[in-house]
Ligand binder design. Structure first.
Ligand code: PMP
Length: 406
């Protein structure tokens, strides 16, 4: 995959006299020329307000927006285009489900079940649903390696109305048994919500095969620009839900005191749409599909294995969760004995290596495993084995610079 690096202008950037090594892809990804060009082409040649005018630019913007929706439908194999709702990001998608589905249906005595490792977007949202409805938020605490236990799975019972989980955890990088969790939710009479923010960018996702009721992801984590995400929902569920945001384009008729709503997907897309974001996502999907999902998975697994093998040789490094590369996408979170994660990230930055430090938006999990903060490296299509080796060469210097004599 080396030759694709040429497509990413930012990868030529020098930092502290080193070529930038970007290992913070779980936070956001870099953009290839093809995506940048698609945005520029829209703004230079086709910019209009979609679905609102008879003139050429509105018609062209509408066509590009609709084509992007169809590309997303195919990407995740949704049955109908109406099931694809463009939102700002995964976070907004989860808020939409919480407000429009959960808050109006749940009641005291009901349960929402989530893993303790969830991103705040898939946790704080449910806390409010519980506060508003009286339902209970129940956690699956996982075992020491981040896997589900029988005790966890038994929490999905007949009182459960929603099971929500990341298909790939942004802290553990572990791929979750999505089909099994969805099946358990359905057997209990609950719906299954899949946070696919770290899954759709890295693997072939098929919502019909998973049979999930809702799924969300963000364009910026898969080479597209920030500000465009996707909510997938089964058509029947979306049709039964009240819109989350009210305003232009989501209406059918507005009278002085009452309004009827537009059909799907427009019912959930109030206000002027982010056409450049949708166009960028379309270009990103085309780009990733050209590489191929099997190639992407194999590439990330190779980098992850190489990195884990190197890290395991350092006794003061502790990897969070499973260390089996087959169980993971390209995300490795870790702590370094005696070194604050922020110091580690700052020292590595001095060598031009960008890694994450902090709580990774998963504070309850950090508290649960007694690692409030940690470091994280995360790979994507443009990263190389040479970059991993460079990181492994510099990693021991972190402890040296902090005064340890290893
Ligand atoms: N869920 C997971 C698993 C994530 O990794 C992230 C982003 N770190 C989100 C949700 C939220 O994504 P966004 O900020 O794009 O809404």
């Amino acid at each position: 995959m080396k030759n694709i690096r040429e497509d990413f202008p930012i990868l030529k950037k020098m930092h502290n006299s080193h070529r930038l090594v970007y290992f913070d892809n779980a936070a956001t990804t870099q953009k290839p020329k093809q995506v940048i060009d698609a945005i520029v082409d829209l703004l230079e040649n086709h910019n209009g307000n979609p679905h609102r005018g008879a003139h050429i630019l509105s018609v062209e913007a509408s066509r590009l927006y609709d084509e992007a929706r169809e590309a997303v439908r195919k990407l995740i194999n949704a049955k109908y285009g109406e099931e694809i709702i463009f939102v700002r990001n995964a976070t907004e998608g989860l808020n939409l489900i919480a407000r429009s589905y959960a808050e109006t249906r749940l009641k005291k005595g009901d349960k929402i079940v989530i893993p303790i490792s969830e991103h705040h977007a898939n946790l704080v949202t449910w806390q409010r649903v519980c506060r508003v409805t009286g339902a209970e938020l129940v956690y699956m605490y996982l075992d020491g390696e981040g896997r589900f236990t029988d005790e966890d799975l038994a929490k999905i019972d007949e009182k459960t109305k929603i099971v929500s989980f990341a298909a790939v955890s942004n802290v553990l990088g572990m791929k979750r048994p999505v089909k099994e969790l969805v099946e358990r939710a359905h057997r209990a009479g609950a719906i299954a919500v899949v946070d696919a923010a770290q899954a759709v960018p890295h693997m072939k996702v098929d919502v019909q095969d998973w049979d999930c009721d809702f799924l969300v992801f963000s364009g910026h984590k898969m080479l597209a620009s920030a500000g465009t995400g996707v909510l997938y929902g089964k058509r029947g569920l979306l049709n039964d839900m009240e819109p989350f945001l009210l305003g232009g384009d989501m209406i059918e008729y507005v009278r002085e005191q009452t309004t009827t709503f537009n059909v799907l997907p427009f019912k959930f897309e109030a206000g002027t749409e982010n056409v450049e974001g949708a166009v960028a996502l379309h270009a990103a999907i085309d780009y990733l599909e050209k590489i191929g999902w099997d190639n992407i998975e194999a590439h990330e697994e190779g980098l992850t294995k190489r990195c884990l093998d190197g890290m395991k040789k350092l006794p003061y490094i502790h990897i969070i969760g499973s260390t089996d590369p087959e169980e993971k996408t390209g995300v490795i979170s870790f702590t370094i004995d005696g070194v604050h994660p922020h110091d580690a990230a700052t020292i590595l930055d001095s060598y031009g290596i960008a890694i994450r430090s902090g709580h990774h938006c998963a504070q309850p999990y950090g508290a649960h495993i007694h690692a409030e903060a940690s470091n994280r490296v995360s790979f994507y299509v443009y990263n190389t084995p040479e970059e991993v080796d460079y990181f492994l060469e510099k990693l021991p210097l972190v402890r040296k610079q902090m005064g340890f004599k290893d």
